[in-house]
Design a protein around this ligand. Structure first.
Ligand SMILES: NC(=O)c1ccc[n+]([C@@H]2O[C@H](COP(=O)([O-])OP(=O)(O)OC[C@H]3O[C@@H](n4cnc5c(N)ncnc54)[C@H](O)[C@@H]3O)[C@@H](O)[C@H]2O)c1
Ligand SMILES: [Zn+2]
Length: 366
């Protein structure tokens, strides 16, 4: 039986359906939610030969149109968006058509923003195919493209009508991408669910080995966790910022490397270790908790040190400046997610920059 997570936000709600063989029933889901409305699939070119894409097309019916988008972050751009609009127009897509976004976070974010703006908004369904997109980007209604000034700076809160998570799609996902998603998975345990962190300590290896039953369980836990947070703070006025554990550092590393050389998850894992180390040094969290997390990250082969990301030392001041460019920064004050222990994350905007500078210098920065 598939698992269902319901997301309830003020004026709308939607279901996340999680399981194996979900796409086998895509026709039934479509009929249930959209009756006989026309559909179009937007997919990542890398997945053009995917048996699950073929299955989705077969199940939605031979009249289903499809559009491919080049894989990679470059597609999440004003040019990529314009190309997508043109393809939607040239395929005569009207407001009654439902978009199915088949791919990772890039396809989900881009298709979602196109859906939010094409003819002032049309309905879309997320069919995430990476671990990261199944537990994070497909949930919560944030859609975006990047600007030359930074990542995800142009976008909209535009919730999907339905999320179909078919775990089978992960079977072709490379190990590196599984690990990138795992860094986000462990984040949910560390934010507010210490039981889930303990579960991952025993079962994390099985997740990376793609054990379907355990994946189904863990993905559902993560979707529930994220939806609970989003339900309380859709527009990120407060609580939702907790989801950025490890990300203020991580985004800075991605910016300093120009989004090349390592995955988002690798940057976030180093950021998470730094956030816990700093929490320990500021006496918020015990050394035991920090050590437990560090051991788990090592066991899972997650990155833990800045030298795992950059061959040359990077400067602490450059890192701090990059951290200040984060969307979450207000009045030039860095907002960090710190922790009072496993499952006890909190928002901290009282970090002294000189202390942060010293802390980074003591942890492998120039
Ligand atoms: N909207 C949100 O709330 C939110 C949250 C987190 C991240 N994001 C965004 O998500 C994006 C990252 O998502 P991602 O990690 O899924 O990246 P991605 O979409 O680039 O996918 C990663 C790689 O995996 C490939 N791929 C996808 N599915 C596959 C499959 N089943 N088998 C084999 N290869 C497959 C892709 O072609 C790509 O090369 C970023 O742009 C980030 O900003 C958005
Ligand atoms: Zn992330």
């Amino acid at each position: 039986m598939p698992k269902t997570v319901k997301v309830n936000i003020k004026n709308y709600s939607y279901q996340i359906i999680i399981g194996n063989n979900i796409l086998e029933n895509a026709n039934n889901f479509h009929a249930k939610y959209f009756y006989q409305r026309p559909k179009i699939i937007i997919f990542d070119t890398k997945l053009s030969k995917s048996i699950y894409l073929k299955l989705l097309i077969a199940k939605l019916g031979k009249e289903t149109k499809s559009i491919s988008v080049p894989s990679g972050e470059k597609s999440k751009s004003i040019n990529g968006l314009n190309n997508l609009y043109n393809k939607l127009f040239s395929n005569n897509i009207d407001r009654n058509t439902v978009i199915y976004a088949f791919g990772g976070g890039v396809i989900g974010d881009l298709s979602g923003f196109a859906a939010a703006t094409y003819m002032r908004g049309i309905d879309y369904v997320q069919v995430p195919t990476t671990l990261l997109s199944q537990i994070d980007s497909s949930v919560g209604g944030k859609t975006a493209i990047n600007s030359s000034y930074g990542k995800n700076l142009i976008g909209a809160f535009y919730p999907t009508k339905l999320v179909l998570i078919d775990i089978n799609t992960l079977m072709s996902l490379p190990k590196k991408q599984m690990l990138s998603g795992y860094a986000e998975m462990v984040k949910y345990g560390l934010i507010n669910n210490s039981n889930f962190f303990s579960w991952l300590e025993s079962n994390g290896k099985n997740i990376l080995e793609k054990d379907k039953k355990k994946l189904e369980y863990a993905i559902a836990v993560c979707c529930k966790s994220k939806s609970k947070i989003v339900e309380q703070d859709e527009k990120e006025i407060g609580l939702r910022a907790l989801l950025n554990l490890g990300h203020t550092f991580g985004h800075a590393f991605e910016r300093l490397s120009n989004f090349k050389n390592f995955t988002h998850g690798e940057a976030v894992s180093v950021g998470t270790i730094l956030a816990f180390k700093l929490s320990n040094e500021l006496n918020y969290c015990t050394l035991d908790d920090f050590t437990r997390i560090f051991i788990h990250f090592k066991k899972m082969n997650l990155s833990t040190h800045i030298s795992d990301l950059f061959k040359k030392n990077i400067k602490s001041l450059d890192t701090i400046n990059a951290m200040k460019l984060d969307k979450k920064t207000i009045n030039n004050r860095i907002k960090l997610i710190l922790s009072k222990g496993i499952g006890k994350a909190f928002i901290c905007d009282t970090i002294d920059e000189n202390n942060l500078n010293m802390f980074l210098k003591n942890n492998g920065f120039k």
